[in-house]
Design a protein around this ligand. Structure first.
Ligand code: PEP
Ligand code: MG
Length: 573
């Protein structure tokens, strides 16, 4: 058995067999064609372009997600229909007397080289777009992808070195349910498409290609970001049970959708969704969620060729505010820094980026960029029920500085006669231990708090959240973490300010009963975890509170016994 941790692109769970998809080799023989074959080669090029364009258009029309996914496909379509590029390929066929596939490679590699030399994040993405269109065109021309995917078995999980949008689109077409890849990032086009097309997926799995063999049994735990290769019997049994529960709910899930979000003994729990500008904005409404508890905005700044303007941001926030109304949406100001750097905002290299200029610190040190965003939110807030939240606040002083900038923006908008929301509620994320320890002062002054467990665990236990080698140290349910969460909740209760949890902990089934039993009444979870969480909430009862009351939450052993033994009936049913 071997376990590798990675980043979840799209949540789900699958037990199956590995099918490794070698990067398609395009070492085409350096053959030449006779002048009499020129017309035929040009015809097959035109056919391939035509058929690929049709596929992309079809995918474009089927995509119900955000504009972002459509933009990827449109950019591919533009490349494919670029008359200059096509005529260069045709010229290469007729002048160099090479087959269409070789001509495509020659022309596209020149373009890619050009982008590589201009390297920055955005252009690197353009280079990837060209590489991808080239791949798709070659696959179309040679029929190779169909060859690999057309007889895909239902229990096969695709293993890739790196996913490309062309692989992901083909997975959707050939009904490949899940994949995992060694390299990749959550914001790549391939990942964006995977989410839009709802393909269960994990990436950033170190040494995956080497560690997994063809046809080997694997578990893709895209609920917790793990791939387990050759699982032992007890692990397999555990996941088989979990899988049965995870997949069964098709009908109960539909029923779940309309049932009230209450515990068995009638306590109303507020359950919201976490969203970002890349997600499907219709999901919270479809799920009957109580709104959006975390709307991450940093993706508006990543992989772009220019900083998002106030008007552009206004239109994005207005859209989400209108769609989510009458429920509220908590817009979090951009959390840049750490591992999320925008090439558009210069920042000095740091030895410890996670302990560096990140979140609210980054915003306060880039006041113009920050003000642009706040103005956009203030303007959009009149179109729905919007709240503004600051990430990575260390204490009240950070909050105060951010609040002063909000006031400054209000004064400006007033002077400019631009309509805006006068009473925009302001809140903070509790994700640094100091903020939890000083939560009373924050609770007294701000309008709401939301616990970001992803970072709170990382900073409390000094264990990098992205370092899979430290996964044994990254203990979400550690007593130190629970203590900080309780301090925050008590502070919120004292000043009657709502406290929500928007970190991944709230999306993980085994923690939901614990959180409810600890007294949390507001959770915000990933859309794919929503109905499962709701189902668990509806299983919670009075006995749960007794169980938690009688547990010593100061010791890891007793917490683990509570979660993994006593609370099992609440999340495994
Ligand atoms: C968190 O830290 O728990 C959180 C929700 O924020 P992010 O994952 O975006 O850092
Ligand atoms: Mg965080």
């Amino acid at each position: 058995m071997h376990l590798i941790k990675g980043l979840v692109i799209y949540q789900g769970l699958m037990i199956g067999r590995a099918r490794k998809l070698e990067p398609v080799s395009w070492d085409l023989p350096a053959t030449h064609i006779s002048p009499s074959s020129i017309t035929a080669e040009i015809k097959s090029l035109e056919d391939a372009i035509h058929s690929l364009a049709k596929t992309i258009e079809l995918q474009f029309n089927e995509l119900k997600g955000s504009e972002e996914e459509k933009a990827i496909l449109s950019s591919h379509l533009l490349i494919l229909k670029d008359p200059e590029l096509i005529s260069q390929v045709k010229d290469s066929i007729s002048k160099n007397l090479v087959p269409a596939a070789v001509a495509i490679q020659q022309v596209f590699s020149q373009v890619q080289e050009h982008f590589k030399n201009l390297s920055n994040d955005f252009l690197a993405q353009r280079e990837a777009d060209y590489r991808d269109v080239e791949q798709r065109l070659l696959l179309e021309l040679t029929g190779k992808q169909q060859e690999v995917l057309h007889n895909w078995a239902a229990d096969q999980i695709a293993i890739l070195k790196e996913a490309t949008p062309s692989w992901v689109s083909a997975f959707a077409y050939y009904k490949v349910p899940a994949y995992c890849s060694e390299q990749g990032s959550l914001t790549s086009h391939a990942s964006i498409l995977s989410r839009a097309l709802k393909i269960i997926s994990i990436t950033d799995l170190a040494e995956l290609w080497e560690k997994v063999s063809e046809n080997e049994k694997i578990i893709l735990d895209a609920l917790n970001g793990k791939v387990i290769i050759d699982p032992d019997i007890s692990t397999l049994q555990y996941y088989e049970k979990l899988n049965a529960n995870y997949h069964k709910p098709e009908e109960p899930v539909i029923m779940e959708k309309d049932s009230p979000i209450k515990t068995k003994d009638g306590h109303r729990i507020i359950l919201r969704c976490n969203l970002d500008p890349l997600s499907d904005l219709n999901e919270p409404t479809k799920l009957n969620a109580d709104g959006v508890g975390l709307y991450r905005t940093e993706f508006l700044y990543l992989g772009k060729d220019e900083l998002p303007s106030e008007d552009y941001q206004f239109s994005i926030y207005k859209q989400v505010a209108e769609l989510i109304a009458p429920h509220s949406v908590v817009i979090r100001t951009f959390d840049l820094g750490g591992d999320k750097l925008s090439h558009l905002i210069p920042s000095a290299p740091e030895d410890n980026p996670y302990l560096g200029n990140r979140g609210i610190r980054f915003s306060l040190s880039h006041k113009d960029v920050f003000k642009t965003q706040i103005r956009a939110v203030l303007r959009a807030a009149i179109y729905g029920k919007v709240k503004l939240m600051f990430p990575m606040v260390k204490d009240y002083q950070d909050y105060l500085q951010a609040k002063e900038i909000v006031e400054e923006c209000k004064t400006e908008l007033q002077k400019e006669n631009i309509p805006f929301a006068q009473n925009l509620p302001l809140g903070v994320m509790i994700e640094i231990p100091s903020a939890a320890l000083c939560a009373e002062e924050l609770a007294e002054n701000c309008d709401f708090m939301s616990i970001g467990t992803n970072d709170l665990v990382q900073y409390t236990l000094a264990a990098d959240r992205n370092n899979s080698a430290l996964s044994d140290y990254y203990i979400t349910h550690h007593p130190a973490v629970l203590k900080l969460m309780m301090l925050t909740l008590q502070a919120g209760n004292k000043y009657e300010k709502p406290v929500s949890i928007c970190g991944e902990m709230a999306s993980q089934p085994q923690y939901v009963p614990l959180l409810i039993g600890m007294g949390f009444k507001e959770l915000s979870v990933g859309t794919s975890a929503f109905l499962r969480c709701k189902k668990i909430i509806r299983h919670c009862d009075k006995e749960l509170f007794n169980l938690i009351e009688n547990t010593d939450l100061g010791h890891l052993d007793s917490i683990e016994n509570l979660i993994f033994e006593q609370l099992k009936p609440y999340y495994k049913f």
